[in-house]
Design a protein around this ligand. Structure first.
Ligand SMILES: Nc1ncnc2c1ncn2[C@@H]1O[C@H](COP(=O)(O)OP(=O)(O)O)[C@@H](O)[C@H]1O
Ligand SMILES: [Mg+2]
Length: 322
């Protein structure tokens, strides 16, 4: 079967979700396409024009809310852990509006979204994994090959990096990050609340102020001595929480930690590493700890406090692996 057919099949499997996933400026209407005359043979110019007009009309009257970009996708998505936080708008009649880009990256882009229902609203971060040609996911290597997939055509598509395969990879990373965030949230680690996942889009609690300014990443902060020590203690507590659950971040750095109102929040977790199941688990833990200790040392944390080997030993002990 050709890749094109596979992709169509794949898309139709997600038709329901797709209808509510129309992106700004790129709205498509599958139903309009379906309504195309099925008659074979060449259409006259007149017929072509008529079909084009019908399609145009259907596109412009597509089911989008007047005051937003799409209806809330909450109902069709995989939803975050219960109890849902009380700031979260869960009504199906809510409206999502895209307010801007928070950050574009090589592997994913993060957008600011507002979900509103009447006079209530909440801000969300929409992390959308890329599946295009330009996407370079340094975490693909090694990680995906080890995962068992049911259907061999999917395995092949991934191996050959077809459009269909790339989309599957992007979706797998989205699924993986949503699962990691859900688990971490449930064990009380400081991560953004994972609101929902659908396709290659993840919606998260927005970490930032009410005006939509994202909190700084740890790397962008210039903490004084006391603040640095406080951030260090929070980091150690967070790593302990992860170690107790037998995991490490896997890509920990001062860019994947945010500082919001003095609180250290861990983000970017699709590659979370299981210390026992992953044969290189301890190696990843060691790398995470050394990376972040390096940043604290460069900001002046005394060496005897921020010593990486001691922290690694403590974490392995907490994980029951010492
Ligand atoms: N929940 C969030 N709230 C606010 N900003 C966020 C949130 N998640 C991510 N960001 C911003 O987007 C950037 C990229 O997100 P990240 O998850 O690290 O993806 P990437 O894989 O592109 O590094 C972060 O550095 C941060 O500035
Ligand atoms: Mg990141």
């Amino acid at each position: 079967m050709r890749e094109h057919d596979l992709f169509e099949r794949y898309e139709s499997a997600f038709d329901g979700a797709d209808d509510t996933m129309r992106r700004k400026g790129k709205r498509t209407n599958r139903r309009a396409d379906d309504a195309e005359p099925t008659r074979r043979g060449r259409m006259t110019e007149e017929e072509k024009l008529r079909v084009a007009r019908v399609r145009e009309d259907q596109l412009s009257t597509a089911d989008t809310p007047e005051d937003g970009d799409r209806w809330s996708t909450w109902g069709d998505a995989e939803q975050g852990p219960k109890p849902h936080p009380n700031w979260l708008i869960t009504e199906l009649a809510a409206v999502d509006r895209e307010l801007g880009i928070v950050k574009t990256g090589k592997e994913a882009d993060v957008f600011l979204l507002e979900r509103a229902m009447g006079d209530r609203a909440c801000l969300l971060a929409a992390k959308r994994y890329r599946s295009n040609d330009h996407r370079m996911f340094h975490r693909d290597a090694g990680y995906l090959e080890g995962r068992r997939m049911k259907k061999s055509r999917e395995t092949r598509a991934i191996a050959n990096r077809t459009a269909f395969g790339r989309n599957l990879i992007a979706e797998q990373w989205t699924v993986a990050e949503f699962a990691a965030l859900t688990r971490l949230w449930q064990i009380g680690a400081p991560v953004p609340y994972p609101v929902q996942r659908s396709g290659t889009e993840l919606l998260l609690e927005f970490i930032g102020d009410a005006d939509g300014n994202a909190a700084p990443r740890l790397a962008q902060t210039r903490p004084d001595e006391d603040e640095l020590l406080d951030l260090w203690r929070q980091l150690v507590a967070t790593l302990m929480t992860l170690a107790e659950a037998g995991i490490t971040h896997g890509d920990l750095s001062a860019y994947n930690l945010m500082v919001h109102e003095g609180r250290l929040i861990m983000i970017d977790l699709p590659q979370v590493v299981d210390l026992v199941a992953n044969p290189r688990g301890v190696e990843f833990l060691d790398r995470d700890v050394r990376n972040i200790c390096g940043w604290f040392a460069s900001r002046g944390l005394p060496a005897e406090i921020g010593e990486p080997s001691a922290l690694v030993a403590t974490l392995l002990d907490v994980a029951g692996m010492a």
